[in-house]
Design a protein around this ligand. Structure first.
Ligand SMILES: Nc1nc2c(ncn2[C@@H]2O[C@H](COP(=O)(O)OP(=O)(O)OP(=O)(O)O)[C@@H](O)[C@H]2O)c(=O)[nH]1
Ligand SMILES: [Mg+2]
Length: 337
């Protein structure tokens, strides 16, 4: 299953500072020698893997990354300052490629790993370097080496933090399209989604990855429907959001039965999956009265003995709240590791 996040950015290293051509001029020293200092080296572009990041979403805004140039040398053999290197932090698992040639420049597979991708230009030499026995007063100095500008492609294979599970038509794709930029097909019939869709959900500075999984049905664990193929991917997520469309149910018992069907399948597939943290959402509540919502919610909460969240992707009700609960759940599961 390929979930790929890709983005192209431009990186520019710093150019080297120019060497200086200068001569010592002091009151009582008529023939002061050459004293032009060297230019400083420009800063390099270095990519660094950082486990605190999990998507490339932050690169969608800023496109150009530039390291500092070196400063020119000065008189009195003054060296130009070196430009600072620019460290670009990327999620662990990011590949960096030269866009033009396709060459792999960095494969940042471990936290903290660093790779230099564009070296800063060397500083030029000041004329002090060119003094020889025969040429005591060289005017020669060299320019700093130019910057390197590269268009690079960053690629990250994503692993979802949260999977949306539920029966076909429960509203999973609609939810992912309302909380992320993912644009999956949505339709009023079962099995609309045939392959998982991934979406990156942004919440303030943080972000996490949600997978919209094709609908599960009874006996999915034995291979019915599309489900089984994807259950193993659900295994790798930190938690689940279980969507139950209760809007068409005649009563709360019928509604809860839908929940039980999926829980059974998860459990039959693997005990571990059933114990994964799960956020239970009653969906499409815009199509219900307040009374009905309360009745269904109360019944679910009594049965599962914890909070259940009624939501509507269409009206947006409780969607922001759901996003923050998702974030909290991910954080808790990371702490519990
Ligand atoms: N009224 C209402 N309709 C919704 C809501 N969310 C989804 N729907 C509708 O429910 C139908 C199914 O939505 P999908 O998002 O395609 O459902 P799904 O769970 O992805 O379905 P599969 O991919 O087949 O598993 C569509 O007609 C949606 O417009 C909601 O919050 N309120
Ligand atoms: Mg779908």
């Amino acid at each position: 299953m390929k979930f790929i996040d890709e983005v192209t950015i431009t990186v520019i290293s710093g150019r080297g500072g120019d060497g200086c051509s200068g001569f010592r001029r002091e009151k009582h020293i008529p023939y002061g020698g050459p004293d032009g200092g060297d230019g400083g080296d420009g800063g390099s572009i270095i990519f660094q893997a950082d486990s605190a990041l999990n998507t490339l979403v932050n690169f969608r805004g800023k496109k150009i990354y530039k390291a500092q140039s070196g400063e020119s040398g000065g008189g009195r053999q003054k060296f130009g300052a070196f430009g600072d290197d620019l460290f670009i932090h990327v999620p662990v698992g990011t590949l960096v490629r030269d866009k033009e040639t396709g060459e792999l420049l960095a494969d940042l597979e471990e936290d903290g790993m660093k790779t230099l991708v564009a070296e800063g230009g060397r500083g030029g030499l000041g004329n002090v370097n060119f003094k020889t026995a025969t040429n005591q007063a060289p005017r020669k100095s060299t320019e700093g080496k130019p910057a390197i500008e590269l268009e690079v492609e960053l690629e990250l294979r994503l692993i979802a933090d949260i999977a949306l599970v539920g029966l076909p038509n429960a509203g999973k794709s609609t939810l992912i399209s309302s909380i992320s930029a993912a644009k999956p097909k949505i339709a009023d019939y079962p099995f609309t989604t045939l392959e998982p869709n991934l979406g990156v959900v942004k919440l303030g500075e943080a972000s996490f990855v949600v997978a919209d999984i094709p609908g599960l049905i009874e006996n999915a664990s034995e291979g019915k429907g599309l489900g089984i193929k994807f259950l193993k991917h659900i295994e790798r997520t930190k938690s689940l959001v279980h969507l139950i469309d209760v809007s068409w149910c005649l009563n709360e018992y019928e509604a809860f039965e839908q929940y039980v069907v999926i829980r059974d399948e998860l459990q039959k597939y693997k005990e571990d999956l059933a114990w994964k943290k799960e956020i239970i959402c009653l969906t499409k509540i815009d199509a219900m009265t307040e009374e009905e919502i309360l009745k269904f919610q109360k019944h679910f909460e009594e049965q599962v003995d914890r909070k259940v969240l009624p939501i509507s992707s269409i009206s947006g009700r409780n969607i922001e709240l759901l996003k923050s609960i998702m974030m909290q759940t991910i954080e808790q599961s990371e702490e519990g590791k």
